[in-house]
Design a protein around this ligand. Structure first.
Ligand SMILES: Nc1ncnc2c1ncn2[C@@H]1O[C@H](COP(=O)(O)OP(=O)(O)OP(=O)(O)O)[C@@H](O)[C@H]1O
Ligand SMILES: [Mg+2]
Ligand SMILES: [Zn+2]
Length: 544
């Protein structure tokens, strides 16, 4: 008997079986019940969370021989054909390999004809963001005047790549990642049906590793079965993935918090000798400090952390043994460390230095604490007394690993630079990299950025703004951005009224003045003096 992978074997066949997407399934079912079907749907969201699955169920419900209903019958000829991928009326097209105008033209030819047997012709286009611009344009024509018997379902993991002309003609559904808890119970059910005995802890690990994707969770279970057979324990997964033992990891954390440098290094050596992946260890360290920090700040274990009860209790204990300040610093250190370890040619050494600094760090009084005291007591001379611990000399202010140990006017924030700062450094870089492009970009006003895009403001009808929207330049800029930011980034051109451009400039001016004023403050000068520190960066409240 051939083995069918779990993800296919357990693909939901009804809306009711789909997990975690109730906001989608309910809306679709209502539409089906009222027979108010939209002619184009866009399903977006991460990999393996049900987009294709729901598209197929919808196609069945639309073409079921028992009539359009809230659920397909899954028995009739039409339903069976769709399940088996043999239906003439339901076409699944892989956008990744049918990207040309010609491919879309073919669809446009076909849609003219009535469905062969069912009520609707359903076109499911997966990875639709891969279509070329001209293919999108061709598609647009069909979307503008769709024949009444044609329904499109577009699916994509990268919705930002879909032109707004297409977006605005679709009803959009954002699929959600599936909560770890739900992944666990789903895996548990599958294991039961497959006669697999798997421990609770192992299930949690798989769910955690799958990061919200049910398909990934099922594939990992497939692997675990292939590896361990019918009885799967935590130990098996550890061997399989090179996972770190959590108890061991928490011991390492505890040594750091205890300022036990020798113990910390000894434990690291143990990890290293047992063949643990160093990058993974660094990430786990970061994740755990972040969790401790969250627990400390919120005073409880946030439910959305999806931690197993045992782990939560252990982290709570760890968090209770240090101050929020210290956790903040440790978090900043490990954040920087993850990056440096990943980039280093000698990751082990970088890791050791990181650990030594971290297990030393807890003795340092933070800049924030000092500033707070300066404000409270007014006089720097009273500093040493109420602190209870000595302010250490300059060498203890977190050196490079910490990045900008930054003083700020209102609050002290460390670690990652504000977003505003990234833009100037990009433009400086671009000036060298591509001076021509720079000369155009320079005309715009930076008005904000997020994970995926940078927004540049131009006055309405500015030729420069328009030039940046031309395909060739857009591409050049995209490549440059990606090269600099090391991730896909795009520029969004925002045409704004002249006065708004002026407003942005004024706001930036004002921030500059606040920064300068902060630097002139005696208390700041005094603090910098005591620490022997230099103010590298000032952040204004409201800066991200
Ligand atoms: N929400 C869900 N409920 C139940 N099972 C799911 C769900 N999401 C995914 N699965 C499982 O994962 C498999 C793959 O799901 P599906 O093909 O629908 O993912 P997708 O979102 O289309 O992913 P991709 O973006 O990679 O195409 C299904 O066969 C099913 O076993
Ligand atoms: Mg899919
Ligand atoms: Zn049917």
């Amino acid at each position: 008997m051939s083995y069918q992978v779990l993800a296919r074997k357990y693909r939901p066949q009804t809306f009711a079986e789909v997990l975690g997407q109730i906001h989608v399934t309910q809306t679709l079912q209502n539409a089906l019940g009222l027979n108010r079907i939209h002619h184009a749907y866009l399903f977006t969201g991460a990999r393996g969370i049900g987009k294709t699955t729901v598209a197929r169920i919808l196609a069945k419900a639309l073409n079921c021989e028992k009539g359009v209903a809230k659920e397909p019958c899954n028995q009739c000829g039409s339903c069976r054909n769709i399940i088996e991928g043999k239906s003439l009326d339901v076409q699944e097209i892989d956008g990744a390999s049918n990207t040309s105008v010609e491919d879309v033209r073919q669809i446009r030819e076909q849609v003219k004809y009535l469905p062969a047997t069912g009520h609707y012709k359903v076109y499911i286009i997966d990875e639709v963001h891969m279509l070329s611009t001209s293919a999108f344009n061709a598609l647009l024509k069909t979307l503008e005047e769709p024949p009444p018997h044609v329904i499109f379902v577009f699916a994509t993991t990268e919705v930002h790549k879909i032109p707004s002309t297409i977006l605005s003609r679709c009803q959009r559904f954002d699929f959600r990642r599936i909560a770890a808890k739900e992944l666990v119970s789903s895996l548990k059910e599958v294991a039961k049906q497959e006669g697999i005995d798997i421990s609770e802890e192992a299930l949690h690990l798989l769910a955690h590793e799958a990061q919200g994707s049910l398909r990934d969770a099922q594939s990992l279970l497939d692997q675990a079965i292939a590896f361990a057979g019918n009885q799967i324990g935590f130990q098996h997964l550890k061997e399989m993935f090179g996972f770190l033992d959590r108890t061991q990891l928490h011991n390492l954390l505890q040594s750091i918090l205890n300022k036990d440098q020798k113990g910390t290094l000894d434990q690291f050596q143990q990890f290293y000798q047992s063949g643990a992946d160093i990058n993974r260890l660094a990430q786990d360290l970061l994740k755990n400090f972040r969790n401790c920090y969250l627990i400390k700040t919120t005073g409880s274990v946030p439910e959305w952390l999806d931690l197993a009860a045992e782990e939560a209790a252990s982290l709570e204990k760890l968090a209770a043994s240090v101050s929020q300040e210290e956790l903040d610093q440790l978090f900043q250190f490990s954040l920087k460390g993850v990056d440096e370890i990943a980039r280093s040619g000698t990751p082990k050494i970088v890791f050791e230095v990181l650990l030594m600094r971290m297990s030393h760090l807890t003795q340092i009084v933070s800049v924030a604490q000092i500033l707070e005291r300066l404000e409270k007591y007014g006089q720097p001379s009273s500093l040493a007394l109420p602190v209870g611990r000595q302010v250490e000399e300059k060498k203890n202010v977190p050196p490079p690993l910490m990045g900008g140990g930054s003083l700020s006017a209102g609050s002290v924030a460390g670690g990652e630079g504000g977003e505003m700062e990234n833009w100037p450094s990009f433009t400086v870089w671009l000036k060298k990299e591509n001076p021509r492009l720079f000369s155009i970009v320079e005309q715009g006003k930076f008005t904000g950025m997020n994970e995926k895009e940078i927004i540049l403001g131009f006055e309405t009808a500015s030729v420069y703004g328009e030039m940046l929207q031309e395909e060739e330049r857009k591409q050049q800029l995209k490549i440059a951005l990606e090269k600099f930011f090391k991730k896909p980034m795009e520029i969004r051109i925002d045409f704004i009224k002249t006065e708004t451009v002026a407003n942005v400039a004024a706001a930036q001016d004002q921030r500059k003045q606040i920064r300068e004023a902060a630097l002139r403050q005696d208390s700041v000068k005094e603090a910098a003096n005591i620490l022997g520190a230099v103010v590298e960066e000032v952040r204004v409240d409201g800066d991200k």
